[in-house]
Design a protein around this ligand. Sequence first.
Ligand code: F6P
Length: 326
Amino acid sequence: MKEIKKIAVFTSGGDAPGMNAAIRSVVRTATYHDLHVFGIFQGYHGMIEGDIKRLERKDVGNIIQRGGTILKTARSMDFMTKEGRQKAYESIQAFDIQGLVAIGGNGTYTGAKIFGEEFNIPIIGVPGTIDNDIYGTDYSIGFDTAINTAIEAVDRIRDTADSHNRLFFIEVMGRHSGYIALYTGIGSGAGNIFLPETEGNIDGLISQLKKEGRRKKLFNLVIVAEGNKNGGAMEIAEKVKGSLSNFDLKVTIIGHLQRGGSPSCNDRVLASRLGHSAVTALLNNESGKAVGVKNGQVVYTNFSEAISKENEINRDLIEMAQILAL
Ligand code: F6P
């Protein structure tokens, strides 16, 4: 087995608060073990372009508290082609890079699996996405910060919604996963939550709100995941509008606010732990795996399993949210 002396780290896909803490952890753990570390800028795109620089301990100072990613991120169509990956391989070979840490979501893991197998490069994945939809970890980097950002926004809306007796439809991120919507909905005491994973009963919502209206409760909050099958907050509000003439309806889309900002302490600790464990795995000659934390313990999951399964939403929580909103 070849002793690893040079590794590189990159971030790919949507950015998430805490990615910088993970980069810092990778760099500092690696330098502690006398490895040379490189940063690949703009994810797979930068790998193809050879946008690679050496990172020293000092280069990752003063970043643990910063949102976004100092390495930038991108979504690369070229990396999906064999020619693109060949170019990427040549770029990392030019720096004699013998192992990679890939921070990102499902798309990042898919690229890492193919690339690692094609060129026999050890790669360890680190889950970074606000969506929390990655199998093999209870939480991904950025989720905790995103739900706290969303909750803060919803709390502010609640003040004005309550004052004016308004019904607010608030859209949160989550194209395929309802984690952000479910946690934001429970945490904000929303009257109803629409997820991508559930049908979402528009008629049920209308009769619930009518009943509340008869009780003179004209204020309510409805949290909608952007990927809900009935549409986003705008579409759902439009669908119920005609049936709820005595309600003053408003729509807020929190959007990319949820992706930015200083990471929460939980995300910083999680990112530090995962980055550290990723380097340890490379040093132990592990490859083709993603690191995660389950029930408080660091675990490793093969890429093939991680990308073929989903971090399923807890159905008991959905049921509980419905009971608490009654
Ligand atoms: O980071 C995940 C996510 O925020 C999804 O919830 C959302 O649909 C998507 O990224 C939007 O990403 P972008 O605007 O970068 O395409």
